[in-house]
Write a protein of this length. Structure first.
Length: 255
């Protein structure tokens, strides 16, 4: 039987291998986006990694991107058409049974839960603070509702008994509502407040609530930082962005 130290070392090796694959994947994505003038930015822990580590956070094993909803469909379509093998786009429109409202890039013939780059849709928000609060929480309900309709709790929460039971109970409550209700509401809400007119944006598929509400300029005004040898776009106000998301982000800690 492997001891804890051997298991930890094995986990570190797997993480490093995933990071290598995702870096090559990111090179292809960035090349296509540059060629087709597709705007995007690193997001969340990937911005943190670029600022603090000039690459991956050592314990992180994915890459997060944020893309404006006004270009999101075109962004996904072009990546689907142009990504070289073995990379592919996973989305609810291209992958039967896919459980997320956002798309991600993964590998052919490998589970999209193992190696991936997430593409988070940034949508416009109402002008008022109460309106933003309501929108953010309604969006979260739509996102989680769709996710719970699509998953098998026995698979997704195989080793998490409490979450598995909660997911099963939620699925019972959601039985009267077809998944199409959530996708229709998503389609309506994502265009309700056009990005060109909105002062603030949020990740429709977010889990951090109001911390993900950002001024629209944080997505439009970008600079570039090094990420594992690549110069990738991040918000010009990356210090304010990371402080809002993580507080004292310069002190390393696992979130």
């Amino acid at each position: 039987m492997e001891g804890p130290e051997n298991q930890k070392n094995q986990g570190n090796l797997e993480r490093q291998e995933n990071q290598k694959i995702e870096l090559e994947m990111m090179k292809s994505i960035h090349r296509i986006c540059t060629s087709h003038q597709l705007p995007y930015s690193l997001a969340f822990g990937s911005v943190l990694g670029a600022v603090r580590h000039q690459g991956f956070i050592p314990w992180d094993d994915d890459i997060d991107l944020m893309v404006g909803i006004d270009v999101y469909d075109r962004f996904c379509r072009i990546l689907q058409e142009r990504l070289p093998y073995p990379y592919r786009l996973y989305s609810r429109n291209t992958t039967p049974g896919y459980e997320f409202l956002f798309a991600r890039i993964g590998l052919e013939e490998v589970s999209h839960k193992d190696v991936y780059i997430d593409l988070f849709p940034m949508v416009g928000l109402p002008a008022s603070l109460p309106g933003r609060w309501c929108f953010v929480h309604l969006a979260h309900l739509m996102y989680r509702g769709y996710f719970l309709k699509q998953i098998d709790p026995a698979v997704n929460y195989q080793t998490q008994t409490a979450k598995r039971r909660l997911a099963r109970a939620a699925r019972i409550l959601l039985r009267p509502f077809p998944a199409s209700i959530f996708t229709r509401l998503y389609s309506f809400l994502q265009q309700r407040y056009p990005i060109a007119e909105a002062s603030h944006l949020t990740n429709f598929c977010g889990i951090y609530g109001m911390r993900e509400v950002i001024p629209s300029t944080w997505l439009s005004d970008l600079t570039r930082l090094e990420f594992e040898g690549l110069m990738l776009p991040v918000p010009m106000e990356y210090d304010a962005y990371l402080t809002q998301m993580y507080g004292d982000y310069r002190t390393p800690k696992q979130f």
